[in-house]
Design a protein around this ligand. Structure first.
Ligand code: NAD
Length: 349
């Protein structure tokens, strides 16, 4: 049976959730609540019920599941109220502005016995899924270094995302997705150190991008870069592994894989550079490599909601767990600390 569902916040992402709910095989949309009367009026125009207050939604016993899609600084109070009123809750990312806020949410979930999870929807992005499948298949061995980048060229949106008090900045906005993905790819690795450098090209108050290096105890590295002032982008994903390299240029493109078949080459044709010849940096003889492209993985982001509904009924474990969101939040907190101190710091969980 479909779960009776509501959304708090009817802005950009709230509308996304509403549109998904309207076509869902697992959700039945009961309505939205937004603090802004213009948003409520807009919902009514679209034939969607708009709760007149949060209390009205809290008291609607019909609603079992609520997604919270409001600015980051107001997640805590809304999530806790919803859980304490007996609703199952999905919170938008980043779940909270601090680990202590997250612990309050988890406490409310445990005490109410209601499901609480986070909308880490980029676990269904096909570029990430392709990287995950290469790692899991072991076809190019263990990753030594994975670089995950997104490069935009429009700065930060000029809404609450450029204000610190609302939890703005690119680490909390995009870093949270890219770190979550890399922690799943490197799921059995233990973090040793964190180094982060923020960029403030278009915005002083919050980071408009950053370079984050996470080094694991094994020596493997996860590198995350978010940029909003890049007029030519670098590749989306680059994996250097024990037996080869994998590359994804753009979200929508296939993964290119070069697997090393034979380490030794007979004759290396040198490459002419302005300063002279180089053999070291010349391309490998193609007979020593197995080069191919991977099909784009199949993905349906609505599987997030299907999982949540099954988890409420005790039929599946929730995919986005408290431990996973806690780890990502702690990495981001320590990345901010590293950037502030301008030094590499030992990771503390
Ligand atoms: P937005 O500014 O477009 O919309 C926010 C809405 O929340 C507005 O309509 C505002 O009136 C309303 N609001 C503010 N405070 C409220 C409160 N206390 N109670 C009820 N309504 C309130 O912002 P957005 O882009 O939709 O972002 C909302 C959340 O979704 C953020 O946490 C953001 O990080 C997240 N988000 C996630 C993704 C994703 O891919 N998972 C993408 C975009 C945004």
């Amino acid at each position: 049976m479909k779960k009776n569902f509501a959304v708090v916040g009817f802005g950009g992402m709230g509308s996304w959730h509403v549109n998904h709910a309207l076509k869902s095989d697992v959700l039945n949309l009961c309505g939205i609540y937004d603090i802004d009367e213009k948003k409520s009026a807009l919902a009514k125009e679209k034939g969607i019920y708009a709760y007149s207050s949060l209390e009205e939604l809290l008291n609607d016993k019909n609603v079992e599941l609520v997604t919270v899609a409001i600015p980051n600084d107001v997640h805590l109070e809304t999530v806790v109220k919803l859980l304490r009123s007996g609703k199952n809750v999905i919170c938008e990312k980043p779940v909270a502005l601090s680990s202590s806020d997250l612990e309050e949410m988890i406490k409310a979930s445990k005490e109410s016995g209601k499901l609480f999870t986070v909308h880490q929807n980029r676990r269904w992005d096909v570029d990430y899924l392709a990287m995950q499948s290469i790692k899991d298949s072991g076809e190019i061995g263990k990753p030594l270094r994975i670089e995950s980048r997104i490069h935009g060229s429009r700065g930060i949106p000029s809404d609450w995302r450029c204000q610190k008090s609302h939890g703005g900045g690119m680490m909390l906005d995009w870093g949270v997705h890219l770190i979550d993905q890399l922690m799943l790819i490197y799921k059995n690795e233990k973090i040793d150190t964190i180094n982060c450098v923020e960029t403030h090209i278009t915005n002083d108050e919050v980071d408009d991008g950053f370079y984050l290096t996470i080094t694991f105890e094994s020596g493997a590295v996860a590198f995350v870069e978010v940029g909003t002032y890049n007029f030519l982008p670098l590749p989306r994903f680059y994996m250097k592994a024990e037996k080869g390299t994998a590359l994804i240029m753009d979200w929508r493109e296939k993964t290119k894989v070069a697997k090393c078949k034979y380490w030794h080459e007979n004759d290396v044709l040198p490459v002419q550079t302005a300063a002279g010849l180089t053999k070291t940096m010349a391309p490998r003889d193609s007979v020593t490599l197995d080069e191919y492209e991977l099909d784009i993985p199949k993905s349906d982001v609505h599987d997030f909601y299907r999982n949540v509904c099954k988890a409420i009924d005790g039929e599946e474990a929730q995919l986005v767990t408290h431990d996973q969101v806690r780890l990502v939040l702690k990495i981001m907190e320590q990345a901010f600390k590293s950037a502030k101190l301008n030094q590499t710091i030992k990771f503390q969980y």
